[in-house]
Every structure is written in C-alpha cells, then in structure tokens.
Design a protein around this ligand. Structure first.
Ligand code: ACO
Length: 359
C-alpha cells in the first residue's frame, strides 16, 4: 500500500507530464515555456480538447463559442441567489456550477469553462456593492474576465498576464482535483459532476486553496526584517508555510518561474511587495532546508500565483476560483480521456477495523 498513492500510476494520459526531478511540465507535447506567454488560453484549451470532442472548432471558432457561453452564463447570473455571497468564493462557485445539467458534449464543456470567468468577477462586484457586468463575447477569456472585474477595458499587458496564468495552470498530471474528476467521470456521471469533483478537490489549502493564505502570510509578516522570526514561530507551532513544497517536484516548480516572470512584466506592479515576497521566499527555503535537509521543499506554483492575482486586482478569497478558471480545461480533458480510454475506477482498501464476533 502507498500512503497518498505516492508513486502509483493509475492512468495513461496524453494530456500532461510532470517531471518532478527535472522540474519540467509538458502539456500535450509542448513544454511550459513554449506555451506560457506564447499561446492564448483558448489555443491551449483547443490543444487539450483535441481528439476528445468530435465537433471541436478551430481556435477562432472556439474563442467565439466560449464568448457565447460566457454570455449565456451571465444571463443565468442575473437571477443569482444572493445567499451565495455568504459562502466563500470557491464554495459559491461550486454551488452555482452545481445548477448546470450534466452532459458530455462541447456545449456543456464550454459552459463549465465560462462559469468561473463570469461568476467570479460578478461575485466580487456584488460583495463590493456593485452591479455585475455583462461579458463581451468578442474578447478572449482573460481580457473579458478583467474587464468584468474592474469595469474598464484591461490593458494588453494585464490581459496577457492573466492569459499566461490560465495557461500555466491549465493541467498538471494527476493532481488531487484531476484524479477526483477522473474518478467521477469513470462512473459516467457527466462533465458537470466531474468538474464539481475537481472544484471540491482544488478548494483545500494543500492544493488550490493555498494562494489566499500566502497573502495572509505576507501581510502578517509585513516587512522583510520580520520574515525569519515570523516563519520560525509558525513552523514551531507545526504550521506549513503556504506556497512551498510539492508532492511531485523535488526542485523548483517551473510554474513559479513562469508566473514570477509574468509578474515582473506587469506594469504597475508594486516593487516593495515583490521585494518582500523575494525575502520571504529566500527565508522560507532556508528554514525548510534547515529543518528537513533530506527532503527538498521548494517554491510551488501558489506563491507567485498569489502575487500575480493580487497585482491583477483579484481579492485573495477569489484566487482559487481563478485557478479553477484555468484548471477546468484540464479536468474536462481528463474526464473525456477517462471516458474514452479508461474503466470504472474502483480501488480497494485493506480493512483494519474490528472483526465481528462469531454468532
Ligand atoms: N511548510 C512546512 N513544512 C512542510 C511544508 C511546508 N510548506 N511542506 C511539507 N512540509 C513538511 C511536512 O510537514 C512533512 O513533515 P513531517 O514528515 O515532519 O510531517 C514533510 O515536509 C513532508 O510533507 P508531506 O506532507 O509528505 O508532503 P506532501 O507531498 O504530502 O505535501 C504539500 C505536499 C501538500 C503541497 C505540502 O508541501 C504543503 O502542505 N505545502 C503547503 C501548502 C501549499 O503550498 N499547497 C499548494 C500546493 S501546489 C498545488 O497543489 C497547486
């Protein structure tokens, strides 16, 4: 038995490969640096979906249909249940998504991809006492999301930064959320159910729930001189430093560098915030190394996710939703691949409970 299924191969996939020793991520035959900042989110969605939907259009057609799906989702949001605002953003996105019918077709897939892009800015605006803004179906998903968030057209640099983020997190092997999505897909429940499983898996702080707490940590540390003392005390209390460590990577997560580069390219970024983050990162790595020299713990994707999404104007509570905006593409592709090539996933557990007394 392998605790946490570490090292256990449970599927063959053409979608992505994570080389933890080399710090390399490949998405459908392309390394991360070939696609992040170079291909649009829509182009990468097409790359992931290719072969899994018979009626998949070319990139421009897909962009139009995704824009139309955003418009459809927005019509639904007009009747938003305001009680959703009492939940966290990821809980409310999950509750909203659960209202979609199940299906295995491209329309269902595009509605699921559009949902976090429309719902997240709408929810942020409602919480701020503002009206949700309708999507502009002619824009790409990243530019439109920022426009719906801020109310003004996003400048090209900011839209490109969010595009880079969505591409960077679109798929990542059998992460816990992706495995959950594949398990549900293997029962033939449908794409909505698979995506809901993914959202639930992503929510946890050991997975996609970490970037919000990264901001809380940076705010609590406040200044570079306090970094070592604050983190030493947190580790002494048995806490984990958010944004560090990974099940697969034994070197730096390549996504951290892709996102740090996107952050640095962003005009209007806050140099003092970046300087604090770099000190916190350096100090955290030194402290983690001193505690566990035999287990290399390095920076993961969530550390620079937090800084990039903060710089783009998303509140920390919404960070996991933005992660979901990118990763839904991967969940859908994995769900379709599971249906095409896999069987019902049904492992076994070794029973270690009490034995019944003989009658
Ligand atoms: N801070 C402090 N200690 C850590 C950290 C950390 N960030 N990460 C791992 N450790 C310690 C653990 O406490 C454990 O110590 P122990 O053996 O004395 O109990 C040891 O390193 C090994 O940790 P595991 O739990 O076996 O590592 P695992 O592979 O299960 O976990 C995980 C990986 C969940 C990412 C972990 O490193 C962690 O909790 N990191 C902080 C949360 C985080 O950044 N999550 C986002 C991950 S990226 C993503 O999912 C998109």
């Amino acid at each position: 038995m392998s605790d946490g299924l570490e090292g256990v191969v449970t599927a063959e996939t053409v979608l992505s490969s994570v080389d933890g020793a080399a710090g390399r991520l490949v998405i459908r035959g392309r390394s991360l640096d070939e696609i992040a900042g170079r291909m649009s989110f829509e182009a990468v969605v097409r790359l992931l979906f290719e072969g899994f939907f018979a009626d998949l259009p070319e990139e421009s057609g897909l962009r139009r249909r995704l824009g139309a799906a955003r418009a459809e989702v927005f019509r639904d949001i007009a009747a938003l249940d305001r009680r959703l605002t009492t939940l966290t953003d990821i809980e409310s996105l999950r509750a909203y998504t659960a209202r979609f019918a199940d299906g295995d077709d491209l329309d269902t897939a595009l509605r699921l991809l559009a949902a976090p892009a429309v719902f997240t800015p709408a929810m942020v605006r409602v919480r701020r006492g503002l009206q949700p803004l309708a999507p502009d179906p002619t824009l790409g998903q990243a530019a439109d999301t920022l426009r719906m968030l801020t109310g003004g057209a996003a400048n090209a640099g900011r839209a490109a930064a969010l595009d880079t983020y969505l591409v960077t997190v679109c798929d990542h092997g059998l992460a816990a959320s992706t495995f959950a999505a594949r398990i549900v897909a293997s029962t033939r429940a449908g794409l909505t159910s698979a995506v809901l499983a993914g959202l639930s898996g992503l929510k946890g702080p050991l997975h996609g729930g970490a970037p919000g707490p990264v901001i809380a940590m940076l705010d609590a540390i406040g200044s570079s001189e306090r970094a070592e003392g604050w983190m030493t005390a947190a580790l002494a209390r048995g806490e984990r430093l958010m944004g560090f460590g990974h099940r697969i990577y034994r070197v730096r997560d390549p996504r951290a560098d892709a996102l740090k580069a996107a952050l640095k390219r962003l005009d209007g970024g806050d140099p003092a915030r970046l300087a604090l983050a770099e000190t916190v990162e350096r100090t955290a790595l030194a402290l983690l190394h001193a505690r566990r020299p035999e287990r290399r713990l390095d920076t993961n994707v969530e550390f620079y996710t937090a800084l990039l999404l903060e710089a783009l104007g998303f509140p920390p509570d919404a960070f996991t939703n933005v992660f979901a905006m990118g990763r839904t593409a991967g969940w859908i592709a994995h769900a379709r691949e599971q249906l095409a090539t896999g069987r019902l996933i049904r492992p076994e557990a070794r029973y270690v409970g009490p034995t019944p007394r003989a009658a």
